[in-house]
Ligand binder design. Structure first.
Ligand code: DC
Length: 223
């Protein structure tokens, strides 16, 4: 099934998940937001007072962590050891933690194996940082979403505000720069645009819905 998959990668705040969800709805495929899985690992470390940077602690945690994803009326819900953590993983603290735990090779191996299994079972639109480069290298189409830094930070600020977590623009901008730098420069599966990926600047479009229509058009033309 993976050669019919749609891989969507890109930096922080580019609108990957919203766009991927809309593409999946339009094509009647499943959507998997892989960032949510790294966020769930970070939440486990936070809730248990454990260090995000400590490889031994992460290795130990991985043995105790069960992550599952369910599709609820077109929206992804994520469960950590049976508890619905869909909302809890959207804080700035978890965002930062997810980028830190994602540096760890053991964490990546476990989550990538689960992601490949999900993609093998059904047609998926999967978004993340390493989907086209590593998780699904034979995906039907690979899209790299990008947008100028300030626009992405503003988008992130809006998302936080609408989730009832207002923040300062400068702080969000700073967090975006740090997270992008870590995601692009880590040793294992850093965020890259692969040569076979099509780059779309989302700031060219008025809404994620328009970006999603463009991706659907590209996918249909590729069939
Ligand atoms: O897409 P997101 O902001 O929810 O992702 C949170 C962090 O998880 C991101 O900063 C890096 C990491 N991540 C990753 O390394 N690989 C993925 N496929 C998805 C996310």
């Amino acid at each position: 099934m993976t050669n019919t998959a749609i891989a969507i990668d890109g930096p922080v705040g580019v609108g990957k998940s919203t766009t991927a969800r809309l593409v999946a709805q339009k094509l009647n495929m499943a959507h998997i937001d892989t960032g949510a899985m790294y966020r769930a690992v970070a939440l486990f470390q936070i809730e248990n007072g454990l260090d995000m940077h400590d490889a031994a602690s992460l290795e130990n945690s991985l043995e105790q962590i069960q992550i599952s994803i369910k599709n609820d009326g077109g929206k992804q819900k994520i469960f950590l050891n049976g508890a619905d953590v869909t909302e809890k993983i959207r804080t700035s603290e978890v965002s930062e933690g997810a980028s830190v735990v994602a540096v760890n090779q053991g964490v990546r191996e476990k989550l990538v194996a689960a992601q490949r299994e999900m993609a093998a079972a059904e047609g998926v639109v999967m978004d993340g940082r390493d989907i086209g480069s590593h998780v699904l290298p034979d995906a039907g189409i690979k899209i790299y979403l990008d947008a100028p830094l300030e626009i992405r930070a503003r988008r992130r600020l809006r998302d936080l505000e609408s989730a009832g977590r207002p923040a300062e623009f400068d702080q969000v901008l700073n967090e975006t720069i740090i997270r992008d730098h870590r995601d692009k420069n880590r040793k294992h599966s850093p965020l890259i645009q692969t040569p076979d990926a099509l780059c779309i600047d989302t700031s060219r479009f008025n809404s994620p819905d328009e970006t999603a229509d463009e991706i659907v058009k590209i996918f249909k033309a590729s069939r």
